[in-house]
Design a protein around this ligand. Structure first.
Ligand code: UDP
Ligand code: MG
Length: 145
C-alpha cells in the first residue's frame, strides 16, 4: 500500500491546553506521550486568538460551552503537535482519558493533570479524518517530519 494512504490511520493531533502549560506540565505530559510510543512529527508553541480558537472548534459552535471553550483556549499559550503511532487516534484517546477528568481512568493524562472539564489539559483528535484536518490547521507539509 502506498505510504501516503497507510499513514492516514497512524497520526493524531494534540494540543497541550493553557492549564497544562500554566502548571508547568508540558514536560511530564510529553514524557508520557513518548513513553506510550508516540513519535512527534510536528510541534509548535503558540497562542491562539479567540477567532482562531473558534475556527478550530467550529464543530462545537452550537454547544452551550462553545463561548467558554474558545475564551479558555485563547487565554494563554498552548503546545500543538502531530503524533505518529499505529492506531494513533484511539490509542491516544485511551492515554488521555475521558473529557471530564472526574470520570477519567487512573493513570490517564487527564486524570493526572486536568483541572476541570473545560481546562482538561490535552486535546486529542476523535477520528482519522479530524486528525488530518486539525493537523493541517496548524502545520504545513514542510513542518511535518
Ligand atoms: N468542554 C467543556 N464542557 C463540556 C464539554 C466539553 O468545556 O461540557 C470542552 C473541553 O475542553 C473539551 C472540549 O470542549 O475537551 C471539546 O469537547 P469534546 O466533547 O470534543 O471533548 P474531547 O474530544 O476533548 O474529549
Ligand atoms: Mg473532541
Amino acid at each position: 500500500m502506498p505510504k501516503i494512504l497507510k499513514m492516514s490511520g497512524n497520526i493524531t493531533f494534540t494540543m497541550l491546553k493553557p492549564d497544562a502549560v500554566e502548571a508547568n506540565n508540558i514536560g511530564p505530559i510529553l514524557a508520557m506521550i513518548n513513553k506510550a510510543g508516540f513519535k512527534i512529527k510536528a510541534m509548535k508553541y503558540l497562542r491562539l486568538s479567540r477567532e482562531q480558537a473558534g475556527m478550530f472548534y467550529e464543530v462545537h459552535k452550537e454547544r452551550p460551552f462553545y463561548g467558554e471553550l474558545t475564551q479558555y483556549m485563547s487565554s494563554g499559550p498552548i503546545v500543538a503537535a502531530i503524533l505518529e503511532k499505529n492506531n494513533a487516534v484511539s490509542d491516544f484517546r485511551k492515554l488521555i482519558g475521558a473529557t471530564d477528568p472526574s470520570k477519567a481512568e487512573e493513570g490517564t493524562i487527564r486524570k493526572m493533570f486536568a483541572k476541570s472539564i473545560a481546562a482538561n489539559a490535552v486535546h486529542g483528535s476523535d477520528s482519522d479524518e479530524n486528525a488530518s484536518i486539525e493537523s493541517s490547521f496548524f502545520f504545513s507539509k514542510l513542518e511535518q517530519f
